[in-house]
Write a protein that binds this ligand. Structure first.
Ligand SMILES: *[C@@H]1O[C@H](CO)[C@@H](O)[C@H](O)[C@H]1NC(C)=O
Length: 319
């Protein structure tokens, strides 16, 4: 018994060290060695602006090919995995009509620019965005149309948050709770907040204990809330409980604010007053919110980046 656990631990450590260089961004992105970058093909069509925003939320950028090599590599992957024929790319002429630039302001002449013959034609004077077709050519289209799109992250731009075991540097580790948090200053309704947290690989925060409730209250107080221009319901931040999922009483912290919950069927979503007490809220109300990300200390050894490790471990056990 002693011997086998000894061997197991040894293999784990060796495995972890051996895998340390493995290139990893997020589970949903695919690394392409040729271009030293990670890609994710989004199959739900979005307009240009929303596609752009989605990639940013995922910590990436709306893809455009830099050159022939990248166009070929990415289209090959696309051909292998998806049926649709066109994607939006991160090039537009929204600033000056007819002058196409990448989303990071590089003139199109300096990147891949194989237009389809007769394009760009700015049909109807409305075509300020660009689609890439499977056969490798570009065409100008309206930015309001919806297409699939691809997000890209270069290996060179990848930063690893080693305290939180994730690529997002906005998350902060709390020693008191052993978890990571990000306070969002862009107001959202409950469903949007829930989705944003999960796109960031977190979840809408829930207080599991008095300690965590105190911590959430503290980061809420400290957050720079004064300069938010948008309209939103101030005084409460959205939290990840609602009147269907996790029963609040089972979550470890259920101190309601004075006379709360009071909204009945109109207020089915969860929030916390800035003073740390819980409040039911209308699911359509826009408010600030907190995302949370679990950090499993042992999990750092079993980090997704080290996925090959588990195979190694099993082999060791069988021996
Ligand atoms: C991808 O598929 C299209 C359409 O079938 C084809 O024209 C193109 O050559 C393929 N490109 C690559 C790089 O595989």
């Amino acid at each position: 018994m002693f011997r086998s656990s000894y061997i197991l631990i040894f293999v784990l450590l060796v495995g972890a060290i051996a895998q340390r260089d493995k290139k990893f961004f997020r589970k949903d992105f695919k690394y392409i060695e040729e271009t030293q970058s990670f890609y994710k093909i989004h199959t739900i069509a979005k307009n240009f602006e929303d596609a752009n925003e989605m990639c940013e939320i995922e910590g990436a950028q709306l893809f455009y090919p830099n050159d022939d090599t990248e166009a070929n590599a990415v289209i090959s992957y696309w051909n292998l995995t998806q049926p649709f024929d066109v994607v939006f790319i991160g090039i537009s002429s929204q600033i000056v009509n007819g002058v196409f630039e990448t989303i990071d302001n590089i003139p199109i002449s300096d990147v891949y620019n194989k237009w389809e013959s007769g394009e760009p034609n700015n049909a109807g004077g409305e075509e300020n965005c660009v689609q890439l077709k499977k056969n490798g050519v570009l065409n100008d289209v309206s930015c309001d149309y919806k297409y699939a799109f691809i997000c890209k992250k270069t290996l060179a731009s990848l930063q690893w948050n080693k305290y939180c075991h994730m690529p997002n540097m906005d998350y902060e580790y709390s020693e008191r709770t052993g978890k990571c948090y990000k306070f969002h200053l862009k107001p959202a309704n409950w469903a949007e907040a829930y989705a944003k947290c999960s796109w960031e690989q977190g979840y809408l925060a829930v207080a599991d204990s008095q300690t965590e409730a105190d911590y959430l209250k503290e980061i809420t107080e400290k957050a720079p809330k004064d300069n938010i221009k948008e309209d939103y319901l101030s005084g409460a931040v959205l939290l990840g409980f609602h009147n269907r999922g996790v029963k609040l009483e089972d979550s470890g912290y259920s101190t309601w604010g004075n006379a709360q919950p009071d909204g009945g069927a109109k207020e089915k979503c969860g929030s916390m007053f800035y003073n740390g007490q819980l409040n039911d809220i209308n699911c359509d109300s826009k408010a600030l919110f907190i995302c949370e990300h679990d950090v499993d200390i042992l999990g750092s050894l079993f980090d997704e980046r080290f996925a090959a490790l588990e195979t190694t471990t099993e082999t060791a056990v069988n021996v």
